[in-house]
Write a protein that binds this ligand. Sequence first.
Ligand code: AMP
Length: 254
Amino acid sequence: MSKALRIVVPVKRVIDYAVKVRVNPSKTDVDRNVKHSMNPFDEIAVEEAVRIKERLPSTEIIAVSCGSAKSQETLRTALAMGADTAIHVEVADDSKLQPLAVAKLLKAIAEEQKPDVIILGKQAIDDDSNQTGQMLAGLLNWPQATFASKVEISDTLAKVTREVDGGLETISSKLPVIITTDLRLNEPRYASLPNIMKAKKKKLTKSSPEQLKVDIAPRLETLKVEEPPKRQGGKKVESVDDLIDKLKNEAKVL
Ligand code: AMP
């Protein structure tokens, strides 16, 4: 690798994957007053960037998070995992921040930082949008390799294996490129205590939509948020005839 590689990794603070998500009483959103952590697919993205840096030590990893002041905790986690610097794009109400707005903010960051690779999660587990990486590639007019299960970066090329229906597809792209991570790409490391301490001293820069000249007004309005219907308890049947009778006369599906 002749020149130092620059990798931007966007990381989102989301409701922790282990929390049982509940709808708020006014049915306008989910209850966000619960434990949050880094979006799991973004942990995979940070891990992949760190593994590339382990192979190519001159690599610089820049973690970026758009959201409220609390997103800085997520950035510190990325720094403790091995990112070099972080950028916090402060947005007052992150529940109103939609993928297109994030993609526009990340485009502005990419124009400033001039990365060779941007590795995003394939989707955020809160909005399940699966849009930001694709829209960012469109806005930047860069090639994209989505749902990566293997990534190899050389001087000017990225070779990415993607999980597709019934097999694997391997594609090659010139840099700069957008990559989004699938679940099987790697197993993210836990940040060690010394690295958590070191991360506190790493550089975290603040930015804002105004500074980046991006309009983040939402384009979509949430009309209603509902819990899935409660499951009815099961019933045991005595015989096949009994089952057929119940399917015909009770469930009325036959
Ligand atoms: P989504 O399109 O919302 O499913 O998110 C896909 C990916 O975009 C995430 O895994 C992150 O890498 C990135 N992303 C989404 N929202 C944000 C955010 N607010 N800050 C930083 N990165 C984000």
